[in-house]
Ligand binder design. Structure first.
Ligand code: M6R
Length: 611
C-alpha cells in the first residue's frame, strides 16, 4: 500500500526521503514522488514506476532543502501516472500533500471547490485535500487552522503529510484509520507510515491516534486532538533492530522470513510458557475464567493469511473449550449483520494491525458491546490500540508481501490462547498441559529440520513449476494448511491454484482434474489419513500428478503418489505449523523458477488499509 515519509531538520531532505521511500518499497507501489521546501518555495518531483525513475529525475533536476515529504503510491483513484502520483499540490504550489487512504466525500468537495474556481489536474482524491487546505488558508486562516478545518470536512481514511510554502520550518501530519508515526530525533524529526522508513535515524516514535494532528519542527513535536487541545503522548522505543528489516544476505525477504520461524516461535513459546510454569502467561489479556464462562460464542475475524491462522484457531478453541466459534473474513463479517452482544468475544488476527476491514470489524463489534481480543504483530498499530486485549506475536517486521513468519507465529498464538482458555475452564490436567507444552516446545527444532532439507522443495518446484493448474487438498486442519499453501502459490508465483476440502472434490471440482493438474495433498491428521488417501486415488485415476505432504514414517501410501515431502512426526495440534513450511518453500521456489517479483508481487500491497 502507499508509503509516507517526511523530514524536518538540518540535513538535506531529498536524501532522507529517497532512502526512507526505498525502505518502504516492500509495501507495494506503482509511482513515487517528493516535495521539498527550499526556504522560498516547494519543489516537487514525481515519477511513475519504480523509485529508480524518481531517482533519475532527481539526478537531472536536483532539489535542495531541509524540509520535505515523500510518497510511494499504490493507485486507488486514477491510474498510476506522474500526474496522479503524490505529492499533490494546490494550484500555485502553496500547499503540498502526501496521503495514504481514501477520501470518501472527495467528489462533493471537488464540485464545491470547482465552483469556486479551483482547477483539478489529477484524478486523485488527495488533490482535493491540497485545494481545500489552500482554500481555508487563503480565506485568512493560519496553516494549522486550515489543516484542522479541512480535517473536519473530509470523510474516510487518511494519513497525511502536509507542507505550506509560507512555513519553511513546519511539517504537519494527521491521521485517521491509517498508520502514521512521528519519529523524534536530535534536532530533527520525521514522519513515516511505517517504522522501517526512519529506524536508521531514530528508535523513538510517537504513535498518532485517530483524529490527531502533529505540528512538527526540527526541535519540537506538538500533538493535538480533534478539539485542538495539545495532548501528551509517551514515546515508544522501538526494540527491534534495523537488521530485522534488511535482507541480511538472503536473496529475498520472503526466504529470510521463512528461515526466521524457528527463532520467532522459540521466543514466543519461551515468553508465554517459560520452563517450570504450568500455565500460559497471558500478559496483555485480561480475559478471566468468569468472562470465558459467560461467553455464548466467539468470532475469529481476519483477512488472507491471518484468516487462515484464525481458522486453525477456531478448530482448536472449539475442540478444547467446547465454546462455539465462527471464523469469518473481515470483509464479509462486516456486512452480514452478525449476532454481537456482551456475551460475544471477537478475536481479530492481523500481522500489520492496520488492515482496514479487520479494523472496522473490530470497531463494529465494540459498538455492539462485544469484547475484542487482537492477535497482532505490529506494536502500537491501530488494531492493537483499539482492542480490549492484545496478544502480541512479536515476530519482528515482516517485509515480504507474502506472509510467512507471521502466519506460523499466529497459529502458535491461537494454540496458546485455546490452551489458556481451556485451562481456565478446567478442561484438562497439569499432566495433559505439560504434554502439550512439550509438543509445542518441539516445533522450532522440527521447523529447523524442514528448513535444512529445503533442497527437496526446491527440486520439486523445478519439477512442477510448469503446472498450469494446481489443487491443494486436505481434511480438517490439513484443509486449512491447503488454503494457505494455495494462497502463497497464487500470490507470489501467479499460478492458478485452488484449495479444496478433499471430501468436496466429488461435488464438482474433480471435473477439472486431468493429466495437466498437480494435486498437492496434505495428510498430517492421523484419523483423516485414510479418507484423504482415497481422494488421492480418485485424482490419480484421472491422471493428476500428486505431491503429498505427510509425516515421517508414513510410507504405506507412496505407491499412490508421485512425490512426498516429509515433515517431522508431531501432534495433531502442531502438525499444521510444520506442514505450512514446505508449502511456503514450495511457493517460494516455484516463484523463483518463474522469475516473478517475489517480495513485491504484482497488484499486491503489504498492508491493505483500504476496503
Ligand atoms: O496485516 P494483516 O495480517 O491484517 O494482513 C492480512 C492479509 O492482507 C495478508 O495476510 C495477505 O493475505 C498476505 N499477503 C498473504 O500472504
Amino acid at each position: 500500500m502507499c508509503g509516507i515519509v517526511g523530514y524536518v531538520g538540518p540535513s538535506q531532505a531529498p536524501t532522507i526521503l529517497m532512502d526512507g521511500l526505498k525502505r518502504l518499497e516492500y509495501r507495494g507501489y506503482d509511482s513515487a514522488g517528493i516535495a521539498v521546501h527550499d526556504g522560498n518555495r516547494i519543489n516537487m518531483l514525481k515519477a511513475k514506476g519504480k523509485l529508480i525513475n524518481l531517482a533519475e529525475k532527481l539526478k537531472e533536476n536536483p532539489v535542495k532543502g531541509t524540509l520535505g515529504i515523500g510518497h510511494t503510491r499504490w493507485a486507488t483513484h486514477g491510474a498510476p501516472s506522474d500526474i496522479n502520483s503524490h505529492p499533490q499540490l494546490s494550484g500555485d504550489s502553496v500547499i503540498a500533500v502526501v496521503h495514504n487512504g481514501i477520501i470518501e466525500n472527495y467528489l462533493d468537495i471537488k464540485e464545491e471547490l470547482s465552483q469556486k474556481g479551483y482547477k483539478f489536474v489529477s484524478e486523485t482524491d488527495t488533490e482535493t485535500v491540497a485545494h481545500l487546505i489552500d482554500f481555508y488558508y487563503k480565506s485568512g486562516m493560519g496553516f494549522f487552522e486550515s489543516v484542522f478545518k479541512t480535517l473536519e470536512r473530509i470523510e474516510g481514511a487518511y494519513a497525511l503529510g502536509i507542507l505550506c510554502k509560507d512555513y519553511p520550518d513546519t511539517l504537519i501530519a494527521a491521521r485517521k484509520n491509517c498508520p502514521l508515526v512521528v519519529g523524534k530525533g536530535q534536532g530533527e524529526n520525521f514522519i513515516a507510515s511505517d517504522i522501517p522508513a526512519i529506524l536508521h535515524h531514530t528508535r523513538d516514535v510517537y504513535f498518532l491516534d485517530d483524529n490527531e494532528i502533529a505540528v512538527i519542527k526540527a526541535d519540537s513535536i506538538k500533538i493535538y486532538d480533534r478539539n485542538q487541545n495539545e495532548v501528551q503522548r509517551d514515546i515508544y522505543n522501538v526494540k527491534w533492530d534495523i537488521d530485522a528489516a534488511e535482507k541480511g544476505g538472503y536473496e529475498h525477504f520472503m526466504i529470510k522470513e521463512i528461515n526466521e520461524q524457528p527463532k520467532i516461535i522459540q521466543d514466543l513459546v519461551e515468553r508465554r510458557m517459560p520452563e517450570g510454569r504450568d500455565t500460559i502467561d497471558m500478559s496483555g489479556i485480561k480475559l478471566r475464567k468468569e468472562n470465558i464462562q459467560n461467553l455464548s460464542r466467539i468470532y475469529i475475524v481476519a483477512c488472507g493469511t491471518a484468516y487462515h491462522a484464525g481458522l486453525i484457531g477456531k478448530s482448536l478453541i472449539e475442540k478444547l473449550t467446547r465454546i462455539p466459534v465462527i471464523a469469518d473474513v473481515a470483509s464479509e463479517f462486516r456486512y452480514r449483520d452478525p449476532v454481537l452482544d456482551e456475551k460475544t468475544l471477537l478475536i481479530v488476527v492481523s500481522q500489520s494491525g492496520e488492515t482496514a476491514d479487520t479494523l472496522e470489524a473490530l470497531k463494529m463489534a465494540k459498538r455492539s458491546g462485544a469484547r475484542v481480543m487482537a492477535v497482532v504483530n505490529a506494536v502500537g498499530s491501530s488494531i492493537a490500540r483499539e482492542a480490549d486485549d492484545v496478544f502480541y506475536i512479536l515476530a519482528g517486521p515482516e517485509i515480504s508481501v507474502a506472509s510467512t513468519k507471521a502466519f506460523t507465529a499466529q497459529v502458535v498464538a491461537m494454540e496458546l490462547i485455546a490452551l489458556s482458555m481451556a485451562q481456565e475452564l478446567g478442561k484438562f490436567s497439569t499432566e495433559q498441559f505439560n504434554k502439550i507444552k512439550e509438543e509445542i516446545y518441539s516445533v522450532p527444532s522440527s521447523i529447523s529440520k524442514i528448513l535444512q532439507k529445503s533442497s527437496v522443495e526446491k527440486a520439486l518446484a523445478e519439477k512442477y513449476s510448469g503446472s498450469s493448474n494446481v489443487f491443494f487438498i486436505g481434511r480438517g486442519l490439513d484443509y486449512i494448511v491447503s488454503m494457505e499453501g494455495s494462497l502463497k502459490l497464487k500470490e507470489i508465483a501467479y499460478l492458478h491454484s485452488e484449495a479444496y476440502a478433499a471430501g468436496e472434490l466429488k461435488h464438482g471440482p474433480i471435473a477439472m482434474i486431468d493429466e495437466n493438474t498437480l494435486v498437492i495433498a496434505v495428510l498430517t491428521q492421523e484419523e483423516l489419513f485414510e479418507k484423504t488417501l482415497s481422494n488421492i486415488k480418485e485424482v490419480k485415476a484421472r491422471g493428476a500428478k500428486v505431491l503429498a505432504v505427510a509425516m515421517e514414517g508414513k510410507s504405506e501410501f507412496k505407491g499412490e503418489v508421485d512425490d512426498v515431502i516429509y515433515i517431522p512426526r508431531s501432534s495433531w495440534m502442531t502438525a499444521p505449523i510444520l506442514a505450512a513450511v514446505p508449502a511456503q518453500l514450495f511457493a517460494y521456489y516455484v516463484a523463483y523458477c518463474l522469475g516473478t517479483d517475489i517480495d513485491q508481487p504484482r497488484n499486491l500491497a503489504k498492508s491493505v488499509t483500504v476496503e
